[in-house]
Design a protein around this ligand. Structure first.
Ligand SMILES: C[S@@+](CC[C@H](N)C(=O)[O-])C[C@H]1O[C@@H](n2cnc3c(N)ncnc32)[C@H](O)[C@@H]1O
Length: 271
């Protein structure tokens, strides 16, 4: 099937399944042809193997995220490998990267720890834009494999070390703790494309999504962590603020918002 015809077919097939069928058809065809979307125009005479195209379109029609189908995701200023073993990094987490980079620059931080590395998106973005070394944990073997692949692709294995452990159990020597932990209430009804495909260990946390966030505050207290930056849910500010007071955290806890104006995370600077 010629590319032009394949594009029209794919667009039509996706019409009732996705918001932007033309764009997604182009993304899937450029994935098959291993070229950039803008280069499709130069490939009009390419022959597309329908046996390769159809299964990809079928997956997308079932609402599988396009990132898992193409094994690519854009984050910050680079592209990462991704598959269903790790959460697809979200644009709002780029704000967490910015917050971390601000702390690193302002306080001359050299050593960073990340809890819940997932695909490696946050650690890689931070390492690419600073000189720090990073220790990162995750409990998921699949996520750790994906993170290591991405770290190797960016030649950062001498600066980002991965550990299989829960929370920050496997590291203690660092100045800044960052995390985008699972923070969704298990009772919250997520969209099908998220709930049916992304790893639940990356999304949900007990106690209305607060369990890991509370543990992070507890780590800040017990390890006397000087700096921290952490993402959270839009409705968790009050619970976190109250828990920080209950723990007697004496530093400055400030909350930041995402681009839609929702509370999205906190930055902690110890006394
Ligand atoms: C929301 S995802 C974030 C992934 C990545 N940092 C990002 O921002 O795209 C949360 C990650 O935390 C991991 N995780 C869940 N519970 C954990 C725990 N107790 N200790 C360490 N990591 C954990 C999950 O496997 C998942 O990779």
């Amino acid at each position: 099937m010629m590319l032009k015809k394949a594009l029209l077919w794919a667009q039509k097939e996706l019409r009732d399944a996705v918001d932007r069928p033309r764009l997604e058809a182009e993304i899937l065809l450029s994935h098959i042809l291993n070229c950039r979307r803008e280069e499709l125009i130069l490939k009009e005479i390419e022959d597309i193997d329908f046996n390769i195209l159809k299964p990809l379109i079928d997956r997308r029609k079932m609402q599988e995220p396009i990132e898992y189908i193409t094994n690519k995701v854009s984050f910050y200023d680079f592209e990462l490998f991704i598959d269903k073993g790790a959460l697809i990094p979200r644009p709002e987490s780029e704000i967490l990267v910015e917050e971390a980079l601000n702390l690193i620059k302002h306080y001359n931080i050299n050593k960073v720890a990340e809890i819940g590395v997932g695909s490696g998106a946050l650690s890689i973005a931070i390492a690419r834009h600073s000189e720090v070394t990073i220790e990162a944990s995750d409990i998921s073997d699949d996520a750790l494999k994906i993170a290591q692949k991405n770290i190797d692709n960016f030649n950062l294995s001498d600066r980002i070390k991965l550990h299989k452990c829960s929370m920050g159990e496997c590291f203690s020597d660092f100045d800044l703790l960052i995390s985008n932990p699972p923070y969704i209430d298990p009772d919250f009804k997520l969209e099908k494309n998220v709930a049916n495909f992304e790893p639940h260990t990356a999304l949900f946390a007990p106690n209305k999504g607060l369990e890991l966030l509370f543990k992070i505050l507890e780590e800040i207290k017990s390890k006397d962590i000087q700096y921290a930056a952490c993402e959270m849910g839009y409705d968790q500010k009050e619970s976190l603020s109250n828990y920080a007071k209950e723990l007697g955290l004496s530093g400055k806890l400030e909350f930041y918002k995402d681009l839609a104006g929702f509370d999205r995370g906190f930055v902690y600077v110890g006394e």
